[in-house]
Ligand binder design. Structure first.
Ligand code: AMP
Ligand code: GLY
Length: 423
């Protein structure tokens, strides 16, 4: 069969790699793709938001299955456009992708269906938000309602900081229309865990857990980024936590969406905080995480194409979803200066080393083809993933592989997976 993947990051590279493992797949296309994805897929120069052009391409090539990796096209309704033309596509429709597309929607859903999350209020008027903040406890969390590249969340330690945050989000519209509405929520403490799950509208099958490192600097310092590294599984995600989440968070979320007439098919990514009062939802995403996919997919044993199709067909209950009993760590190699400003166009050396070694992967994010080879072309350049029998071994292997790759301005965190030592 022929598969089209929509997206261009490290996550889409990991999806393309996993799809390529399926004996059922003869040909993969990726739009727009990147220099690394080309190893598995023919990259086509159509942007992820060009729905009509993508659907026309899928028709012309006789694509059997399209997989959408990114949030913007999902929230924008790419799945509805494909379905209207009779094309098979993996991902939530627009009315379900709102689970990620509107934080106010997701908070109201959780409240209505008693799904554990932080206490909150939604605001569309900045003045009303400021009044509320005058009587609030600090720290407190401000969240732009819409998509903001993972940067629309502000943790404010004082009224003054919160006042500046309200101005940034709601008045100055730093995140554009994403700030037309804002959630103000209680600050929670605890371990964070990401659980990505396959959903077919009624059945949900959680994948193995992972943990991201969102800040740019060692020791969780510096600015928020798209994610600087991940490990899987999380040692803090115990069987007891898993049992609680399945019963009170995962299935209730799927059932709530169905009850609202917003049947969810695709990936639900649960961002969880393991608080003293039990696990609570920090956020939902309607897609694989990046770089969570880069540690979860290399550990997945089941044929992913079978799983994608079962989600579309509503037969996920018949899938035996299996993961390796090992661990994986991904260290993101970024351009120094990310997430603010950085130079691009530096030659990358050492990529061939990964071809000879089992259990080592290099997933491309911001790369391009230069005249002398592959060059840096973004803030997050590569994700280096290694597996091992346990988390410590996987981390040692990942950092060993980090040294194989050389480019000017290479920057990475040295403490990805340090929490493992505290487990
Ligand atoms: P989100 O995009 O909602 O996941 O927020 C990004 C990051 O902000 C999360 O991964 C947390 O580290 C932090 N965060 C979000 N909401 C809260 C909260 N209510 N309490 C504490 N930290 C939070
Ligand atoms: N790594 C966080 C995300 O994909 O949203």
């Amino acid at each position: 069969m022929k598969v089209l993947i929509v997206g261009s990051g490290g996550r889409e590279h990991a999806i393309a790699w996993k799809v390529a493992q399926s004996p059922r797949v003869d040909k993969i296309y990726c739009a727009p793709g990147n220099a690394g994805i080309e190893e598995y897929a023919e990259c086509v120069d159509i942007k992820a938001m060009e729905f009509d052009a993508l659907a026309a391409f899928a028709k012309e090539k006789g694509i059997d299955l399209t997989v959408v990796g990114m949030d913007d096209p999902l929230v924008g309704g790419i799945v509805d456009v494909f379905e209207a033309q009779g094309l098979r596509v993996f991902g939530p429709r627009k009315n379900a992708a709102i689970l990620e597309g509107s934080k106010a929607f997701s908070k109201d859903l959780m409240k209505k269906y008693n799904i554990p999350t932080a206490a909150y209020e939604n605001f569309t008027d900045p003045q009303a938000a400021l009044e509320y903040l005058k009587t609030s406890k600090f720290p407190i969390v401000l969240k732009a309602d819409g998509l903001a590249l993972g940067k629309g969340v502000l943790i404010c330690n004082s009224y003054e900081e919160a006042e500046a945050g309200v101005r940034e989000i709601m008045t100055d519209k730093k995140f554009g229309s994403a700030g037309n509405c804002m959630v103000i929520e209680e600050f929670m403490t605890g371990r964070e865990v990401s659980v990505l799950s396959y959903v077919d509208g009624k059945t949900i099958k959680p994948m193995t857990s992972a943990q991201d490192h969102k800040r740019a600097g060692d020791g969780d310092t510096g600015l928020n980024t798209g994610g600087m590294g991940t490990f899987s599984p999380s040692p803090f995600y115990t069987e007891e936590v898993d049992e609680f989440c399945r019963k009170y968070i995962y299935q209730p979320t799927v059932d709530a969406m169905a009850a609202e007439g917003r049947e969810f098919k695709g990936i639900i990514f649960f961002g969880l905080m393991l608080t003293e009062d039990g696990p609570k939802v920090l956020e939902y995403n309607a897609r694989f995480g990046d770089p969570e996919a880069q540690v979860v997919l290399p550990r997945m044993k089941t044929d992913i194409v079978d799983v994608f199709e079962a989600c579309i067909d509503g037969t996920l209950d018949q899938i035996d979803l299996q993961f390796e009993d090992n661990a994986a760590v991904c260290v993101v190699l970024a351009s120094d200066g990310y997430p603010v400003s950085y130079k691009k166009g530096y030659l990358i050396e050492g990529l061939d080393a990964f071809k000879e070694k089992d259990g080592y992967y290099v997933f491309h994010a911001g790369t391009a083809k230069g005249k002398d080879g592959i060059v840096t072309n973004g803030g997050r350049v590569l994700g280096v993933t290694a597996t091992g029998p346990n988390l410590k071994a996987a981390r040692k292997n990942a950092y060993e592989a980090v040294d194989w790759v050389k480019f000017e301005n290479k920057y990475y965190r040295n403490d990805i997976g340090k929490a493992i030592d505290e487990a």
